[in-house]
Ligand binder design. Structure first.
Ligand code: NAP
Length: 292
């Protein structure tokens, strides 16, 4: 067996030690399934994990081949959750997933997408197929679309939710580079930006699980800490969304001035997603009368 790089081994070991359970993969993610399977076997931790992966292809035979490969690479006799990745050939793959569930090869059926514009399509599939037990989609402090209708819809249907891209693929960290975590965030136990971003998601009604990606043990521990702490996070964070929006807007103005003067390293355009959405969010909260 090829031995995977030590930091990845440590990430998986610490993840389980700290109480993590769900590992999400896909044939789309290069060597991820093989590395996950090898590491879990090497660490003797297969039984501790809820394994989720995906089928990402067109056609029945191709889907069956791919899922069989996934089981071999992940070294699993049964996959806990098999998801149709990015709604690829959904009708065909769902038919096979029903058969595989009946045969005991998978425990649950899911569907995923990586864009908020697909939320309505995901909802349509959930309405059409009562066997869909999990749905995976993007949601973050910068991409709030899911909280309007989709998360309440999933809660109503009893469909479990997996939140992907919680850090906008790392973009949120670039947006707050050089900024301190607000003092008030410490009141609900968010000592770092990572914990702040994850706690915001985790305290939303309807969120079952959030799946940040990391290669670093230090970041893994940071992310796991976001799962701890008091439950009143969201109300507090929402109440202070205005303060965050103001500080981001101020920073952007400073960056604009500096970049006009030829100072590098400020990259004002990188602040845009968080700033715009935080401002939108703050305005929305003010309209709802939830900000004091
Ligand atoms: N269509 C789909 O089904 C779909 C699409 C996209 C994603 N996903 C799933 O969602 C998962 C997460 O999404 P994502 O990979 O797009 O990105 P993400 O989790 O939003 O962001 C990952 C980035 O954040 C950094 N990071 C993680 N924890 C950190 C911390 N505590 N402090 C600072 N930086 C940190 C990582 O760098 P380091 O490695 O340096 O920590 C990496 O660059 C994927 O692994 C996948 O399972 C599914």
């Amino acid at each position: 067996m090829r031995r995977p790089a030590p930091p990845r081994r440590e990430v998986v070991r610490l993840f389980i030690k700290e109480g993590g359970t769900v590992i999400d993969s896909s044939p789309m993610y290069g060597e991820a399934e093989r590395v996950t399977g090898d590491l879990l076997a090497d660490l003797g931790l297969q039984s501790k994990v809820f394994l989720a992966t995906k089928v990402w292809t067109s056609g029945r035979e191709s889907g069956i081949r791919q899922m069989s490969d996934s089981m071999r690479l992940l070294r699993a006799k049964k996959i806990d959750l098999m998801q149709v990745h990015n709604l690829s050939d959904t009708a065909t793959q769902l038919r096979t997933l029903h058969e595989w569930k009946g045969a005991g090869k998978i425990r649950y059926i899911g569907i995923t997408h990586y864009t908020a514009s697909a939320l309505d399509d995901l909802a349509e599939w959930i309405k059409r197929d009562p066997e869909i037990a999990f749905v995976q989609f993007p949601y973050s402090i910068a991409v709030l679309d899911a909280e309007r209708r989709f998360l309440p819809f999933c809660a109503d249907k009893g469909v479990a939710t997996l939140v992907n891209r919680p850090y906008e693929n790392g973009g949120l960290f670039r947006a707050v580079r050089g900024m301190k975590v607000p003092e008030w965030a410490r009141e609900f136990g968010a000592a770092t930006w990572g914990q702040f971003f994850l706690k915001y998601i985790l305290s939303t009604l309807g969120v079952t699980c959030v799946i940040p990606a990391t290669r670093k043990p230090k970041h893994l521990l940071d992310n796991m800490d976001a799962g701890r702490g008091p439950p009143a996070v969201r109300r507090r964070a929402a109440k202070n969304a205005c303060a965050l929006a103001e500080s981001l807007a101020k920073r952007k103005n400073e960056c604009d001035k500096k970049s006009g003067g030829g100072i590098h390293g400020c990259a004002p355009q990188k602040l845009d997603p968080l700033e715009i959405h935080s401002l939108k969010r703050a305005a929305q909260l003010e309209r709802l009368g939830r900000v004091g």
